[in-house]
Structures are given as C-alpha cells and as structure tokens.
Write a protein that binds this ligand. Structure first.
Ligand code: SF4
Ligand code: SF4
Length: 172
C-alpha cells in the first residue's frame, strides 16, 4: 500500500536515488562547463525553472511533471538555481580534482568570495571545508535567494549541497 518512495519519507534524496530518477551528466560534460541538475523528485505543480531557462533546456511537459535538463543544451547560467522556490536546483562542474557546486544559500551570513566555509551534506552534516569562488547576493538573484559557488574535493561533488560560514570557535 505504501508506494511513497523512501526519499520522500525521509526528506532528502541520496545520489543513487536521484540518479534512479534522472540521468547523471557524463564526466566529459561535467568537465566542459557547469551543468544544472534538478534534485526535485516530487510531482508538484511548479514550473518557474522551465519558464526562466533562456535556452529551453528544461523538459517538463506539464507543471506536474518532474524537470529534466537536457545537459547538452544547458549553458550553465544559474537562473534555475536562483529562481527555484524549492531550493532544488544545483550546478556542478568538475575542474581537475575539485568540483564546483553552485547552490542556493538562504542561511545568514552569506559568505564572500574567497572565504573558507563548512561543507554540509544533504542531511546537514559537516563533511569538510571548501572555498567560495562566486557569490550572487540576494539583491541580484532572481529568486530573492543568494547563490553561492563553492569548490570541494571531487569525491564530495554529489554529497555537498549546502554550506555554513564558520562561527566563533569553528575556525581552525
Ligand atoms: S543553468 Fe540556465 S541554461 Fe542550464 S538549465 Fe538552468 S536556466 Fe537553463
Ligand atoms: S522550480 Fe524548483 S521546485 Fe519547481 S519544478 Fe523546478 S526544480 Fe522543482
């Protein structure tokens, strides 16, 4: 009777669960330029990501369908990350042995470019430290949410989905 997927029950999705729903971008694509990946597994009537995409790279036949990105069409503009009200869009790029993750950031404070921040996984656990390479402040973001790009070890590319600015006592 319980047809509700485990990720909806527990409130977060693992990379394996995510890539059971949508395709994973190829390593070649991930190395070419940033690519947007929707982590939006719930069929809810919502489509601002599809509407804002300047190259129509987001396939969603109706607002109740799950978004799928045509990774070859995506130009990595981050507008979907900025506008998604569910904070469910991310961009990923592989650069050498690092990955750059672009994510919405609603917590305060907002970091500055060059800051070292605490990397959080989907559960909110600290998994390491990374360096902020780009910040779109809230005032310049389409969705009233700051967007931050952080460089992380490549093995954490599909784990890190939030950051925290270290507070007093959290700086090494
Ligand atoms: S990053 Fe830009 S081009 Fe890529 S899917 Fe999002 S809105 Fe479209
Ligand atoms: S805007 Fe965000 S929550 Fe809405 S369909 Fe797109 S990815 Fe999902």
């Amino acid at each position: 009777m319980s047809g509700i997927p485990g990720y909806l029950k527990k409130g977060y999705i693992t990379p394996d669960e995510l890539f059971g729903i949508i395709p994973k971008p190829s390593e070649e694509r991930l190395r070419r330029k940033p690519v947007a990946v929707p982590e939006c597994p719930q069929e809810i009537p919502c489509a601002p990501c599809r509407e804002i995409c300047p190259v129509n790279a987001i396939d969603m036949p109706t607002p109740n369908d799950l978004p799928r990105v045509n990774y070859e069409e995506c130009i990595g503009c981050s507008l979907c990350v900025q506008i998604c009200p569910g904070l469910a869009f991310f961009m990923v790029q592989y650069v050498g042995d690092r990955a750059r993750i672009t994510m919405p950031h609603e917590l305060l404070p907002v970091p500055r470019r060059g800051d070292e921040v605490i990397l959080l996984n989907r559960v909110g656990e600290a998994v390491g430290r990374g360096k902020v390479t780009l910040v779109i402040p809230r005032e310049k973001s389409l969705g009233d949410t700051a967007v931050v790009t952080v460089e992380v070890p490549i093995e954490l590319a599909w784990e890190v989905r939030a950051i925290k600015v270290p507070g007093d006592g959290e700086n090494d």
